[in-house]
Design a protein around this ligand. Structure first.
Ligand code: G3I
Length: 375
């Protein structure tokens, strides 16, 4: 863990705040007190940017966690409990317990709520595969959106109506992913989903949420072009859409760069009249200083600074949400359990450590809010 003392020591040792991987600067010294005026949400609010986090159902039972998120954030999103699979154990049946708990918590603490998500190729109900077919898939989708949007009507700041609909490698027209929805309904599933959502909860902003679209690589460039083209078609067809969600799952050591691509993406969405949210921000630290947690925190913080400074320079970006809060609960640890990642250590992609203490990425995020122009 990098404490405030480590952070200050590091900053003074490095003369003018030298971080890893080049001359990245931490803009300001961290405050002793991160509550009240020192919190992420207060720093975000000064610039008109919402500070948010994804919350897992289990975490919400922990009182220290509850205190921390109520203090730091003004926007929450459920990590899993509003998805189709977790919500619907049987056709037409819904279990609202976990999702309602988060919405109630948010209401109590005057936080806004993002809804994630209605239509995705993943985390579908177990029954979907054996029940959905070309005759009933449209009804299943529309009924699902009406049921869930109706249940939370008026309580949701924005809904991810469709999540991850583009996959250029699938070689389908317009770069669309060959998802079950595409295969069963056809490409019009997208427009139907947005129209249905608008009618069901007219006050919620409707978002298209996607990953792998903002860096300067050829793959991201192709996916970015397909995403912007999709959003443009929505606008031309009168399909209701209010915002682009850039998931922002990025890496500290793979050498991906952000600049031209990110600016092109955000200004492209802005030109279409859309807001932009960074919806699932985290920095995977695979390949960084295996045995040195402080070095890993510095590396992750440096990437926070680079990425967020570029994204937040555009006033269309109205929210930054991290995908989780602490390294105890990040989904990236779950990936490791499935044998895909390092077996011996936790990931450290988030603003707080295992003990819910702020680490270098916290200060980098707060500094990035301070550096952003007011919107
Ligand atoms: O709910 C079961 C639980 O009953 C069981 O005991 C446990 C045993 O492993 O599994 C639980 O389900 C897991 C669920 O997370 C809740 O922990 C699933 O196996 C696991 O696949 C699921 O992973 C989620 C993943 O989406 C699914 O694709 C992650 O938590 C969640 O962070 C991740 O979030 C996605 C966004 O929705 C979209 N963008 C990418 C992002 C990261 O993959």
């Amino acid at each position: 863990m990098i404490t405030r003392r480590d952070y200050l020591k590091q900053a003074s040792l490095a003369g003018c705040c030298l971080a890893v991987s080049g001359m990245r600067m931490f803009a300001a010294e961290p405050d002793a007190d991160i509550s009240g005026k020192g919190s992420l949400k207060e720093h975000g609010q000064k610039r008109g940017i919402m500070a948010g986090c994804a919350v897992g159902a289990r975490q919400l039972h922990d009182e220290a966690f509850q205190r921390l998120i109520a203090e730091q954030y003004d926007l929450v999103v459920s990590e899993n409990s509003m998805k189709f699979g977790p919500l619907s154990p049987k056709p037409g049946e819904y279990n609202w317990t976990d999702a309602d708990a988060l919405v109630d918590f948010a209401e109590k603490h005057k936080m806004k709520v993002r809804g994630h998500n209605f239509v995705w190729h993943s985390q579908l109900p177990v029954w979907f595969k054996t029940t959905a077919n070309k005759d009933n898939a449209k009804k299943i989708m529309v009924d699902h959106i009406n049921t869930v949007a109706g249940h939370f009507k008026g309580k949701i700041q924005s809904w991810d109506v469709v999540n991850e609909a583009i996959k250029v490698d699938d070689d389908m027209p317009d770069g669309l992913r060959k998802s079950p929805w595409y295969e069963l309904i056809g490409p019009e599933y997208l427009d139907i989903a947005y129209h249905t959502a608008r009618k069901a909860d007219p006050k919620a902003k409707l978002t298209y949420n996607e990953y792998g679209i903002e860096n300067d690589s050829e793959d991201d460039s192709k996916k970015r072009a397909a995403t912007l083209a999709l959003l443009k078609r929505f606008k031309q067809n009168g399909t209701p859409i209010d915002a682009l969600g850039i998931q922002s799952h990025i890496h500290a050591s793979t050498g991906e760069t952000y600049g031209k691509g990110m600016r092109e993406l955000i200004s492209g969405a802005q030109d279409l009249g859309l807001e932009v949210y960074l919806t699932e921000f985290d920095v995977n630290d695979d390949g960084v200083a295996e045995d040195d947690p402080a070095a890993r925190d510095r590396a992750v913080a440096a990437v926070y600074t680079d990425y967020l400074n570029i994204a937040l320079e555009n006033k269309a970006v109205k929210a930054v949400l991290t995908w989780g809060v602490s390294d105890k609960d990040t989904w990236l640890n779950g990936m490791r359990e499935h044998g895909k990642k390092h077996p011996n250590r936790r990931e450290r992609p988030l603003p707080f450590d295992n003990d819910l203490k702020p680490v270098a990425p916290f200060y980098a995020l707060r500094d990035a809010f301070d550096k952003a122009p007011h919107r």
